[in-house]
Ligand binder design. Structure first.
Ligand code: DX5
Ligand code: ZN
Length: 222
């Protein structure tokens, strides 16, 4: 199963409900909420109040929350309360990884763990049987619109092999950064099954057609 998770970072924030409704009604499986604290990454985006309003406006969407913040264990409850379905935190953030996993689980959310480009796959392997999703960053986290780092697909491939070897058939592997109708095919071939796309979905043209183009490309019809 292939999931497409448009990143709201490239949506029109003055028309967030409109853009997200169009995405969800036209093939988006998840909505990817990029949360940045100006500390873990050099940018600031949105917090739990924005998620809470979106959840109220579009209750049936699946909210895939990507925390690029220094202290995820402290803030995860706010995002769960606001409507997150899955909370993904960075392996490189502060705090004990297992404790943060346990916190997110106790909140009733699915758990994801994200790795920056410089983090080796070995660092995340001890946790793959404890989470629902591993997010492989295919750009440096912080900004939309950057170029896809193809070499990160080696990490995706190694993760998928490890998941298969351990019988973790349901492990979702998400790629985030520079995903479009071309790069998504490379990522899916390597073993990714959740595609985050910001500028390729919300940047220009029709949101519905942009999502369809990514899905078609990954089904070999591109
Ligand atoms: C980057 C974010 C991404 C980003 C993706 O730090 O985590 O989700 O918004 O945007 P594009 O698809 O434009 O690279
Ligand atoms: Zn993201």
């Amino acid at each position: 199963m292939l999931y497409i998770s448009p990143s709201i970072l490239s949506a029109d924030f003055a028309n967030l409900q409109r853009d997200c409704t169009e995405a969800v009604g036209n093939g988006a499986d998840f909505l990817h909420i990029d949360v940045m604290d100006g500390h873990f990454v050099p940018n600031i985006t949105v917090g739990a109040p924005v998620l809470k309003c979106l959840k109220k406006a579009i209750p049936d969407a699946f909210y895939d929350v990507h925390l690029m913040i220094s202290d995820p264990n402290r803030y995860a409850p706010q995002f769960a309360e606001a409507g997150a379905d899955l909370i993904c935190f960075h392996l490189e953030s502060d705090g004990d990884v297992q404790q943060t996993i346990d916190t997110i689980r106790s909140l009733g959310c699915k758990v994801g763990i994200a790795v920056k480009p410089a983090t080796p796959v070995d660092a995340v392997l001890p946790f793959i049987d404890k989470v629902d999703l591993v997010l492989v960053m295919t750009v440096e986290p912080g900004f939309g619109g950057q170029d896809f780092m193809t070499e990160q697909c080696e990490k995706v491939f190694a993760l998928r092999q490890a998941a298969i070897d351990r019988g973790l058939d349901g492990l979702m592997i998400e790629v985030d950064g520079g995903i479009d109708k071309y790069t998504s095919q490379i990522a899916v071939t390597a073993g990714a099954n959740v595609l985050v796309a910001g500028s390729a979905v919300f940047g220009r043209g029709s949101i519905a057609q942009n999502i369809a183009a990514i899905r078609r490309a990954c089904q070999g019809e591109g």
